[in-house]
Structure formats: structure tokens, C-alpha cells
Design a binder for this molecule. Structure first.
Ligand SMILES: Cc1ncc(COP(=O)(O)O)c(C=O)c1O
Length: 491
């Protein structure tokens, strides 16, 4: 007779889930209070500090909190979270002009909250039908606004521009290179000023750095088409296999846009894939007054577009749009018995997980949808126009003052300039402008950072935050001017 071991007691459950639910219910007033407070303090008010000068003791305290340890009262942890988040640069502050500022509005995080609270599976229609249908339809609408063909275009939501660029390179590789070793000779072309995220992603996909060829920029800070043509001829002569051009719509430093339609002609003639890194600038397709500046986007094979840059979303929301949605599926649609069991096999209609590197993911489209649906198409277009007009305003005010030189004209909400008092050497001018930026940030006056343009150091503002007003600019320009004069006295 087989002897069975005596039935062992179930493992101890530290807290029954019901007790936990009950406990959390007792915290509702604190959580509701937190939400009200967050609505109040995000984005930061004008008088909130841009940055916090953290001490080593602050960092030690944060490290101590970072480990879970014994249970803590919820109120205590909320307090810790607030103190931890205090140690940041408020890049959604109305006076933060650096990098690509975050222009989030509260609606974006309320959308995130809905997305997280329902926690629908964003990767598959089988599990997240409603949100996946919204994703498909929203992508169709966005693609149409770019001018991509309605019948074939599609896309997928991703975590941001880097991932969208990575996926575009993988699709271009599969569409343009044969599987018989051409990849080792394949070449991607992008301008010398293209965002480093593109080259980094090419490396991540196994392309050597020597396979990413940099094309000169013209004096207008756009990819020089003639240089590209010459490189294509020379590279083919050497046995290399050009397969992809990456154009930029909205250079991070200058806001300029490559001549996308000319590049599309070359791509068609040479059978190359044309990808546009529109992480920043593609949003201008939704503007009312300025959409013509990005008119070429509809000629691309694929476009990277970040909602967390200029569609006022919080971080983690971007899109890859493609001329032919089948191209995404042929790179990322992989048969798996596990998933086929779940979804009944590859259907006519691909699941989002067949179009992306990601499987399980949040229903990101729902967050963007929530905000766009509340604001409406008309208003979002005006919000984008506003940023473009504000950069024009900054430029006009600087030009009206002695001693200021515009380095690149306002384009897509970005203007670069420098302080150039009469008699200084170029080296001193570089140091003066670097110090102006450091002083403005240190004194919490404005998040304005230095940039190197045409071999000189200047200052750059990106004006896409809708909370920035004409009055702010009226106040800020004299402050910058005074700071510049103060700094230059020491040179
Ligand atoms: C033009 C451009 N492309 C790509 C990226 C990378 O996008 P992400 O930071 O969303 O990965 C950026 C980021 O600033 C960018 O400005």
C-alpha cells in the first residue's frame, strides 16, 4: 500500500487579500487628498523651484527609504514619495526650456491613471478588446493626419522615440535586405545632427557603427541631399548595400526639418526605406497654422512620433506609424503555440503584439485618447501652434535688444541664440554663454541650457509648454539680459 504523507497545512498567508482591501479602504481619504493635491501642484506653479539643490545627506536618506523594510503607514510613504520627487528638475515647469520640455497637462496623468487602474492588456485584442480597437482607430487617425495612405497605413504604440526608431530599422532591414548576408554590408544614412537615439538603436540591432553613415548638414541645418547622393554612389561602388535613409522632422537642437520629399524621391529611385524620426516634430502635423512645415511626412515609409514630447502626454507614450501595416507584422509577427492557443492563431486582423517588440504592455493609447478626446482636435492644434508662436516671440524680443545674436531662427518652437558683447574673443563668448546658462539654472530663473551650433556655444529655448505666457517672456528676457551683462563683466 502506498502511504501518502499527511496533508500539509496551506502555506501561511501573511495578510488575506480581503484584509488588505479593507485596510486600503480605510486609506481612501488620504488617497483622495493626494489626488486633489496632485491636481493642484502638477504641473508646477511659476514660483516652484526649477531644481532642488540636493545634499549628500538627502541622497543618503533617499537610499534608506528605497528598501522596503517593515510596513509603513500609508501617510508616511506618501510623504516619502513627495520628498523623493522633490529631488528632480521640474521639466514640466512653465519656465523650463531645455531638451524637449514636458508640456504635460493634468489630463495626461488622469489618462495614465485610468490606464493603470483598469490595467487592460494593451498587447492583444483577445484580452483588451476595447483599448486595442481605440489604439487601431487612433493610429489610423494620426496616420491620416501625417498624410499616410488610409488604406494601408497603420502602426503601434510604443514607450517612446528610441523604441520606435529601433523598430523602424528592424522593419527596413527585413524589407530591403536579403537574408543572405546583405545585413553585414547594409548602410543606414542619417545626418550628422540626427538624434543619437537612432545610431544607438542601430547598434542595438547588431549593426556596426561603420554601417551608420553620417550625411553633412547644409547651412540651413538640414540634411544635405547632394552629399547623400554622392555617398550613395561611392558606397555602392565599394560593394556596400544602402538600405535606409533616416530623415529628421524637428531636430532637437534647432527644430529644423530635413527635405523629406526630396529624400522620398531618392529613396524611391534607389529602393531605400525612408524613415522619419519625427519624435519631436511630427506633432506639427496637427497644428492649424503650421502643418505645411511638415508636409512631407506622408511620403515616408515609417515615422517615429512621441506623444510625450509635443502631444502633452506624460512619459512612456510614443508611436511608430508605417505606410504598410503588413510590414510591421512581417517583422514582429511570430507564431507561438502559447499565443495561438490564447488568441485562436494569427487572424486576418493582427494582434498588437504581432506588430511590436513588446508583448505585455499598458494600453498606452487609452491615455493619449483620453486627453485628445477631452480637448478635441481643434484645441490640440491650437496648443501646438502656440508653442511655435512663442518661439517667434522670444526671437523678436531678443532681436530688439543690443548684444544678442540669433544663431538659428525660430523653427518648430525652438530658437538658438547667444549673447555677443562687442569685443570678446570666440573662446570668451563660449564661456560667457555657458556661464549664463549655469547662472539661470542655479538661480532658478529659467531652465535654459547651452548648445553648440555652427561651432559656437549658444543658448537654446524650446517653447512648447502652453503654460508659458507672453508676460513670462516679457519678464524673462530682461532677466536673461541682466544675467548676461553681469556674467560678461568678468571676462
Ligand atoms: C528627435 C528625437 N528623436 C528621438 C528621441 C528619443 O526619444 P525617446 O527619448 O522618447 O526615446 C528624441 C529625444 O529627445 C528626439 O528629440
Amino acid at each position: 500500500m502506498t502511504s501518502h504523507p499527511a496533508a500539509s497545512p496551506p502555506p501561511p498567508v501573511p495578510d488575506s487579500i480581503h484584509a488588505l482591501d479593507h485596510e486600503i479602504r480605510s486609506h481612501w481619504p488620504s488617497i483622495q487628498h493626494l489626488l486633489t493635491e496632485l491636481l493642484d501642484i502638477t504641473p508646477p506653479a511659476h514660483d516652484a523651484p526649477l531644481t532642488h539643490h540636493s545634499t549628500p545627506q538627502d541622497i543618503t536618506r533617499i537610499r534608506r527609504w528605497a528598501r522596503p523594510g517593515p510596513p509603513q503607514p500609508l501617510e508616511t510613504v506618501i510623504g516619502e514619495a513627495r520628498a523623493i520627487f522633490d529631488h528632480r528638475v521640474r521639466i514640466n515647469h512653465p519656465l523650463f526650456f531645455g531638451f524637449i520640455p514636458s508640456g504635460t497637462i493634468q489630463l495626461s496623468w488622469v489618462g495614465d491613471m485610468l490606464m493603470a487602474a483598469f490595467n487592460a492588456h494593451g498587447g492583444g485584442r483577445t484580452f483588451g478588446l476595447g483599448p486595442c480597437v481605440v489604439e487601431e482607430e487612433l493610429l489610423r487617425w494620426l496616420a491620416a493626419r501625417l498624410g499616410l495612405p488610409a488604406r494601408t497605413a497603420g502602426g503601434v504604440f510604443v514607450s517612446g522615440g528610441s523604441v520606435a526608431n529601433l523598430m523602424s530599422i528592424a522593419v527596413a532591414r527585413d524589407q530591403k535586405l536579403d537574408g543572405n548576408g546583405q545585413a553585414a554590408r547594409g548602410v543606414i544614412y542619417l545626418s550628422e545632427r540626427a538624434h543619437y537615439a537612432v545610431a544607438k538603436m542601430a547598434r542595438g540591432l547588431g549593426f556596426a557603427d561603420r554601417q551608420v553613415h553620417r550625411v553633412r548638414c547644409s547651412e540651413a541645418f538640414e540634411l544635405d541631399v547632394e552629399d547623400l547622393k554622392e555617398q550613395l554612389v561611392a558606397d555602392r561602388r565599394q560593394g556596400l548595400v544602402p538600405f535606409m535613409i533616416v530623415a529628421t522632422c524637428g531636430y532637437t537642437e534647432t527644430g529644423t526639418v530635413d527635405p523629406i520629399e526630396d529624400l522620398a524621391d531618392i529613396a524611391r529611385r534607389e529602393s531605400l526605406w525612408l524613415h522619419v524620426d519625427g519624435a519631436y516634430g511630427a506633432s506639427v502635423a496637427l497644428s492649424h497654422a503650421h502643418a505645411h512645415l511638415v508636409a512631407g511626412l506622408g511620403a515616408a515609409d515609417s515615422v517615429a512620433w512621441d506623444a510625450h514630447k509635443w502631444l502633452f502626454s506624460s512619459f512612456g507614450c510614443g508611436m511608430l506609424l508605417v505606410r504598410h501595416r503588413d510590414h510591421l507584422r512581417s517583422t514582429f509577427g511570430v507564431h507561438s503555440e502559447l499565443m495561438d492557443q490564447q488568441s485562436g492563431g494569427l487572424s486576418e486582423q493582427p494582434e498588437p503584439w504581432d506588430l511590436s517588440v513588446e508583448l505585455t504592455r499598458p494600453a498606452r493609447a487609452m491615455s493619449l485618447w483620453f486627453m485628445l478626446r477631452v480637448l478635441g482636435e481643434e484645441r490640440i492644434g491650437r496648443m501646438i501652434d502656440y508653442g511655435i508662436d512663442m518661439a517667434d516671440s522670444v526671437q523678436a524680443r531678443l532681436q530688439a535688444r543690443e548684444g544678442w545674436e540669433i544663431l538659428t531662427n525660430a523653427k518648430l518652437g525652438i530658437v538658438t541664440f547667444r549673447y555677443k558683447p562687442g569685443t570678446c574673443s570666440e573662446e570668451d563668448l563660449d564661456r560667457i554663454n555657458t556661464t549664463i546658462s549655469e547662472t539661470l539654472v542655479e538661480d532658478n530663473l529659467a531652465g535654459i541650457f547651452s548648445v553648440r551650433v555652427s561651432g559656437v556655444v549658444g543658448l537654446r529655448v524650446c517653447c512648447i509648454t502652453t503654460r508659458l505666457s507672453e508676460e513670462d517672456i516679457d519678464r524673462l528676457i530682461p532677466q536673461i539680459d541682466m544675467t548676461a551683462k553681469g556674467v560678461s563683466k568678468h571676462f
